[in-house]
Design a protein around this ligand. Structure first.
Ligand code: HMG
Ligand code: MG
Length: 286
């Protein structure tokens, strides 16, 4: 009995590697994306076109994005906080771009150097350019349950930012438990607020697994009808501006969890194992 389809968005090459202290070779990043492509993903987040002074690990974004092999049926995405990033991403061949905001004022300033309100205004030209060029635009909200600087977040604060991103034309809004301290109860309360204004079909869950609750949080989001989840092979990940942020939830664990519940994901388990082993070798994990 099929429970339906769930899309896993692979974010290891971006969210996984952006925080990695050791510089990973551009060729290895490209190989990782190519191995992930073989797994059959609908979407892979390849890199970020951000300031190299803010995130040195993503400085080779143009080379990575233009160096990957493109599988028919996979969309290759990148983070683009401003027009400089957007133009560079499109020039390198990004199929999809993402803007990223935060429910927390302090995190917004630490991560993208401006207030939440200013960030929405700064995203506006990116959203317009994406719309004019028919590039799918995704939005992120960080700190949807807790902020490393401000503590617990009000669900209404998440709804407000998610609403602005939807208003800018984001086809999907990924709700990020940036530091992985969410509980199913907190996720449930947050989603109840957001779903008051935004349909579940426009939402994705982005759970870091710091407290080992990411799968429980995914279960809570599934109960609310969310059918897209971000994950990273080998549980790679963290955010350089979020102290304490551990890895993203492990793709293999999410895939197994979903299959057990009767969902289809379309991913090839053996090839996932292979890509995950390569990802682990990049960060020196066993
Ligand atoms: P700023 O310093 O205010 O920007 O940073 P600026 O416009 O004043 O530019 C300063 C310098 O950066 C200039 O260089 C620009 O050219 C350069 P200079 O003239 O001084 O040599 N610059 C750029 N270079 C390359 N590409 C660009 C770009 N833009 C400016 N696109 C800015 C503002 C947003 C640029 C900066 O704060 C930044 O890059 N932040 C990115 C931080 C980041 O990537 N964080 C991690 C991703 S978010 C995340 O991980 C959370 C998520 O996973 C969800 C979750 O878990 O919650 C998505
Ligand atoms: Mg993240």
């Amino acid at each position: 009995q099929q429970a339906g389809h769930v899309t896993i968005v692979e974010v290891a090459p971006r969210d996984g590697l952006q925080n990695e202290p050791r510089l990973v070779d551009t060729a290895d990043k490209i190989r990782l994306v190519d191995l992930l492509s073989d797994c059959g993903y609908e979407r892979i987040e390849v890199t970020s076109f951000v300031s190299p002074r803010w995130v040195p690990q993503m400085a080779d974004a143009p080379a990575v994005m233009s160096g990957i092999r493109r599988r028919l049926g996979t969309r290759y995405a990148a983070l683009t906080p401003n027009m400089q990033g957007f133009e560079a991403a499109i020039a390198a061949g990004a199929d999809e771009v993402a803007i990223f905001a935060s429910a927390s004022e302090t995190f917004s300033r630490k991560n993208i150097n401006c207030s939440i309100a200013d960030s929405i205004e700064r995203f506006r030209p990116v959203a317009e350019a994406a719309h004019n060029r028919r590039i799918p635009l995704r939005g992120y909200v960080s700190c949807v349950v807790e902020c490393p600087y401000e503590g617990a977040m009000a669900p209404e604060a998440v709804l407000r930012v998610a609403w602005h991103l939807a208003d800018l034309g984001c086809y999907e809004i990924s709700l990020g438990d940036t530091i992985g301290r969410g509980t199913p109860e907190a996720v449930d309360a947050m989603l109840s607020a957001v779903l008051g204004e935004i349909a579940a079909s426009k939402l994705a869950g982005h759970f870091h697994d710091t407290s080992g609750r990411a799968l429980d949080n995914i279960a809570a989001a599934l109960d609310h009808g969310v059918r897209v989840f971000d994950a990273a092979v080998a549980g790679l990940g963290g955010c350089p501006y979020a102290p304490g942020a551990a890895g993203n939830v492990d793709t293999l664990a999410v895939n197994a969890f979903l299959l057990k519940r009767g969902f289809s994901t379309g991913l090839d388990g053996e090839k996932l194992d292979y890509a995950a082993a390569f990802a682990r070798s990049l960060i020196g994990a066993a």
